[in-house]
Design a protein around this ligand. Sequence first.
Ligand code: SAM
Length: 280
Amino acid sequence: MINRHQDRQVDHSELDATGKTVFDGIYTAPDPRPYCEAMHALDYAIPKHAHPMFSALFQDYREQSGKESVRVLDLGSSYGINAALLQFNMELPELYQRYTSPEAQALSTNELIQRDRNDYYRQPTHQTLDMVGFDISAQALQYAKEVGLIVDAVQANLETDEVTTEQSEQLKNINCIISSGCIGYVTTITLEKIIDVCAPHLPWMGHCVLRMFSLQQLITLLQAQGYEVEISPELVPQRRFASSKEQKQVLSRLLELGIDPTGFEDQGWLYAWLITAKPL
Ligand SMILES: C[S@@+](CC[C@H](N)C(=O)[O-])C[C@H]1O[C@@H](n2cnc3c(N)ncnc32)[C@H](O)[C@@H]1O
């Protein structure tokens, strides 16, 4: 079943091995319009909820390190959504509007790139952030780089591949690592490889982790590497379920993990923890 209102490229009946809807088609489009259309339709809101946590992390890092400029790796950065919200004076609804409006729909990809380059380069930025994108999707990274949302792009799948010499150079001077909507696709396998590249310095981290993924594995890795991990007391909503089939799968996964979905996932939304990790 293809949901017309959400996106031509998302089949809402197709679930991946974890039980989540498969969004591959919108992750690899040449520009952010299909992604924003589909995510907006599902009220995907995690970048908005994560924003204060990320900003506080950068501020704490600045105060502790004495550095003004922070180099940030955004894991699963896609088209630079976090980079846009964190660097420019923009809220998520405005960003969705920017890519789903009839004016945006009328443009070719090249025209959209040109429009974004003009707009992003003209806007005042938080110059103290150097955003580095990290994603499996070459298309999404290329877009984010071309329009100036990120200063560098690491195209990798470290779940299966080893870090190349070039990637190692790109990763070794990272100060902070953030992610929204990415843990699950990316596991402790990827994180451990990045931590190894950065050693002996430990990048500070802020992640949004859906309750359907094991938090314990992540905490165990981070603590073993010398981090102090903090979990926010409040859960935050990530997005609505794309189908009742997806909700059913996720609910049964939560029950397997011993997590009670009452009042949260059983109400039709996926929920995430916000976690921060700082060197002890
Ligand atoms: C739900 S999107 C999140 C995008 C963005 N962070 C946001 O919150 O809007 C998940 C992203 O993870 C990326 N991804 C999936 N598997 C990956 C992997 N093995 N390594 C890196 N990125 C991956 C996808 O290409 C996609 O851009």
